[in-house]
Write a protein that binds this ligand. Sequence first.
Ligand SMILES: [Zn+2]
Length: 233
Amino acid sequence: MEEGAKDKAPSLQASDGVEQTAGRGRKRERAGEQDARVSGKALGRMVEAFMKLPGIGRKSAERLAFAVLGMPRDEAEYIARAIVDLKDSSRYCSVCNNITEDDICSICRDPRRDDSVICVVEEPSNILVLEKTGSFRGKYHALLGALSPLDGIGPEDLKIEGLLDRLKTGVKEVILATNPTVKGETTALYLSRIIKPLGISVTRIAYGLPVGGDIEYADENTVQRALAGRREM
Ligand SMILES: [Zn+2]
């Protein structure tokens, strides 16, 4: 018991120090000042690093940093190595811009998939979501972004040229699965204007209410889109 207590003593002290700093930080924040909430340079850097991830605020970053601190060294190393390996081994597919470790991704290489239908998405992460449904057997094309004139992002900044090259190989339908946002809509409209004249069918994914959701809780834009996209039963 005593030995265990001795082992834990330093880390308990460290976290006590952190708690105090965190408490002061909260008080100062209330007064409108900014303050680092964790003590220790390495710990602070870990928190800053986690905050670079989407959806992670300071509170979550601190919780994650302490979780790493409490891990055995080999587990923490496993995470660090996984991050570096991901960056070193991953690249964009030279055909569709999906994430792959080879020149061409497994979807593009799959001969059982339908070459005549291409589903266009903004980001490679969208491909993963669509693949999870298991209901699409065509191929994909990730644009690596969306048109945004206000941010100075034009057609030349997206992977559109590669898409147009692929359309010369007997593609019959292009499904536009860009996001239902202003940028996504602008992109879909732009693509449909240049692809339709090529005699290729251009479709847009349907918008609607979330499955298992309640109309009462949907915003009016979503309900309006769901109405417009109604189909016969
Ligand atoms: Zn690919």
